[in-house]
Design a protein around this ligand. Structure first.
Ligand code: KG4
Ligand code: ZN
Length: 356
């Protein structure tokens, strides 16, 4: 009998268990993360070892360095997650891991470690889509939250509106045609000299500025009402700064940050609300690093309330990359009998609608 056949048999006994404990690993970008989660939503430990200080020296994530750093710390991060949760290896019922999308070398570190642990313990391995993980962070935050809902996913690599019809069932409503929202924050922060990662810095500085000071473009694509485009906005900010520079004039950093942020927030809020109304959904969920943005949360909250739509978003630590969200997504995959073979590979490009 193959490993996959043995594990498939094991799932029926697992389903009868009152407590299913999952170890999850996440290494898709620049955080090495491991978490132990019980029954999908109870976080026993959530360890995140960030590489940001290293990548900051280069102004962004250097893929080769990211892979090496993951290799250096993955064992300690896993041990730490087990210790902090007071869980022994033998108590683990399954191992979940992000297998895509992300940096291929970085993903491979988590995938290889997860395979080794799952095989060694003879427990199921569950490959998890990174974005499905981000969405699932909300199930940890809100114990009562169930699909269906409309989800705005805004991270460093993705900007999408997804109709979450059920656990693991997604319809893509709209996405960015070019830069992701987080990427726009990072690039604009860079030209403003705010360093990496830019989102939190822009968020902080924008609080002191006037969001109506400069009129940056809001892109609406006529044929695709739910799609986004942020590269023109980034160029508009760069041109604005260059023009002033050429005239020898200075600019107000706070006003530029606030006006740029307002342009991003306006389109994210408008399109997400429109999608929820069109799909007749009374719940909007936000996920990904940019969901931690204070202006986005405030404006989405206000606009949702006007239309009696309930808004959900995770606390900042669950918005950005972590392994607890991967364990949660893995739990629902496991319940549906969707486990992975030991031949599971890292997949750098992986659309959300092609998870199964
Ligand atoms: O979800 P995440 O941790 O990683 C990816 O999967 O990409 O998102 C990271 C992104 C970065 O672009 C970062 O600048 C952005 O999220 N971010 C923010 C904030 N916190 C993180 N953007 C705007 N405002 C924030 N408060
Ligand atoms: Zn992410």
């Amino acid at each position: 009998m193959t490993y996959l056949q043995q594990m498939t048999e094991k799932i029926s006994t697992l389903r009868d268990k009152k407590r299913i404990t999952i170890l999850a690993l996440e290494t898709s970008c620049d955080e090495t993360a491991a978490a132990v989660v019980r029954n999908g939503r109870e976080v026993l430990s959530n360890i995140i070892s960030s590489q940001i200080d290293t990548h900051r020296l280069y102004g962004g994530v250097v893929p080769e360095i990211a892979s090496r750093k993951h290799v250096e710390v993955i064992s300690q991060v896993v041990s730490h997650a087990l210790e902090e949760s007071n869980t022994s290896m033998e108590e683990l019922d399954a191992v979940a891991v992000t297998y895509g999308p992300g940096l291929v070398g970085a993903l491979l570190v988590g995938v290889s470690a997860a395979k080794a642990i799952a095989f060694g313990l003879s427990v199921p391995l569950i490959g998890v889509h990174h974005i499905e993980g981000h969405i699932s962070a909300n199930f940890i935050e809100y114990k009562e939250l169930e699909p269906p809902f409309v989800c705005l996913i805004v991270s460093g690599g993705h900007t999408q509106i997804v109709h979450v019809k059920d656990y693991g069932e997604y319809e893509l409503i709209g996405q960015t045609m070019d830069d992701a929202a987080g990427e726009a924050f990072d690039k604009v922060a860079r030209v403003l000299g705010l360093g990496y990662p830019g989102g939190p810095a822009v968020d902080r500085i924008a609080k002191e500025g006037n969001p109506a000071a400069i009129s940056f473009p809001r892109v609406h694509l006529r044929e695709k009402p739910y799609d986004f485009s942020f590269s023109g906005l980034k160029t508009a900010v760069i041109n604005y700064l260059h023009n002033l520079e050429q005239r020898g004039e200075s600019y107000c950093l706070e006003d530029v940050a606030a006006s740029f942020q307002q342009a991003v927030v306006d389109v994210l809020v408008e399109k997400t609300i429109d999608a929820a109304l069109k799909l007749n959904q009374k719940r909007i969920v936000m996920a990904g690093g940019v969901a931690a943005n204070s202006a986005l949360k405030r404006q989405m909250e206000a606009e949702a309330e006007k239309r009696q739509i309930q808004l959900y978003y995770p606390t900042p630590v669950l918005c950005t990359d972590n392994a607890a969200m991967i364990a949660c997504a893995g739990y629902y995959r496991l319940l549906q009998g969707e486990i992975s073979p030991l031949s599971l590979n890292a997949v750098p490009y992986l659309p959300i609608t092609q998870i199964q």
